[in-house]
Design a protein. Structure first.
Length: 400
């Protein structure tokens, strides 16, 4: 059988849900053609491949390419000064109510050109790519006006033209209230809804998100946005239950959301609803760590109800300036007590599910995109155990 490339002499963590645990194959072989996996299984059972190129992995491990399913990678400026305020005792809510937080980034994002937004985001993206990331989600939400939100979404789309990476874009117009709204959240939500048809028609967003929280928008306001998004055929996801329990997890599930993210204050009703709806719980330990949260997400409830768990960096300027999925895994294990299997699945298979892309990426299976991360490690646990160490040997995106 002819193919473009064969990787042999590898140990595979396939993440194939039909296999137990990480789906390990001790003497594995991967063959690809046209950017797609033809075979990913035991070398002894492989057909005779006639490959243009054969790569000997010399016993290294191969996982699916990593997936970061929750980032705010496109923004202007930074918020290092707010970090100093938090160290001095100010809370996230206090900073936001003083005009800081998301609104301060909004000002920098509005004044930046599209090219400047792309250039700054590429620096953050390059750090993620260097750790084996092959698919990333990028949200808007720092423009908070029609022009700036469209600019941000175009910048996010442009990242995939500048780098070999798959980019999913998410419209997060309902992220915060801009100053010109004069405190009228309902009127601003109406403006967000008015932006949706243009964004959908231009193909700038793969999903719609919102921030459901006391300092952001109410469940009723989020429901208005989600109803409009679903009418346009756009899937939804939600920043839910981060600082309080407004029953955002259940709201997300009621709308069949791809994911609900943060979830520190989610209750059992919300957890059960997410499981029934197939809504993925995306945990963001970088934000938990950075704002010194103490309320842990209900991991035991997720396990009990069979709710799928993903991990993501939440890369953003204010609450998680993190550009390392490897460190995110370690945080997920140490802070949230996730297992090695949950952490590795949480940056491969489950984020693919959270982006609605599990049919194409997230596991090593025939027919899927040949996105690989090849590691200089002795066992998969090293990916979770180490801090500040990058054992990536090679990264493959779409077979190259």
């Amino acid at each position: 059988m002819r193919c473009d490339r064969v990787w042999r002499g590898a140990r595979l963590a396939t993440l194939d849900p039909a296999r137990e645990g990480l789906g390990i194959v001790e003497d594995g072989l991967i063959a690809a053609a046209g950017g797609r996996i033809l075979y990913a299984d035991d070398a002894a059972d492989a057909p005779a491949f006639e490959a243009t190129e054969t790569i000997d992995c010399e016993g290294r491990w191969i996982t699916p390419g990593l997936i970061d399913c929750h980032t705010h990678l496109v923004f202007g400026g930074d918020r290092a000064h707010e970090f100093e305020l938090r160290l001095a005792g100010a809370s996230y809510e206090e900073i936001a109510r003083r005009g800081g937080g998301i609104v301060s980034t909004m000002k920098a994002t509005r004044t930046a050109t599209e090219a400047e937004l792309v250039a700054s985001a590429l620096r953050r993206l390059d750090a993620l790519i260097a750790e084996g990331v092959t698919t990333i989600e990028v949200k808007s939400g720092y423009g908070l006006s029609r022009e700036a939100e469209l600019k941000s979404l175009r910048a996010a789309r442009a990242l995939s033209e500048a780098r070999p990476v798959s980019v999913a874009t998410t419209f997060l117009g309902a992220h915060a209230l801009p100053p010109e709204a004069n405190g009228d959240k309902d009127a601003y939500i109406g403006q967000v809804i008015e932006m949706l048809p243009e964004i959908a028609q231009a193909g700038l967003a793969d999903a719609v998100d919102a921030f459901c929280e006391g300092i952001a928008f109410s469940p009723e306001q989020v429901a208005r946005v989600f109803t409009a998004a679903k009418a346009l055929g756009l899937p939804v996801k939600l920043h839910a239950d981060q600082l309080s329990n407004l029953h955002g997890a259940k709201l997300a599930a009621d709308f069949g959301a791809l994911s609900a993210d943060h979830l520190e204050h989610t209750d059992e009703e919300g957890t059960a609803a997410m499981s029934a709806a197939g809504t993925v719980a995306v945990l963001l330990p970088g934000a938990f760590y950075f704002i010194r949260e103490t309320k842990l997400p209900p991991v035991d409830l997720f396990r009990r109800h069979g709710t799928k768990i993903a991990l993501a960096t939440d890369c953003n300027p204010g609450t998680s300036p993190l550009t390392s999925l490897l460190l995110t895994m370690n945080m997920g294990a140490t802070l949230f007590r996730l297992t090695v299997e949950e952490c590795i699945a949480g940056v491969t298979r489950e984020p693919a599910r959270a982006l609605g892309r599990l049919a194409d990426v997230g596991t090593l299976e025939a027919g899927k995109s040949c996105d690989l991360a090849i590691w200089d490690i002795e066992r998969p646990a090293e990916l979770v155990y180490r801090m500040g160490f990058n054992p990536l040997h090679a990264r493959v995106w779409r077979g190259k």
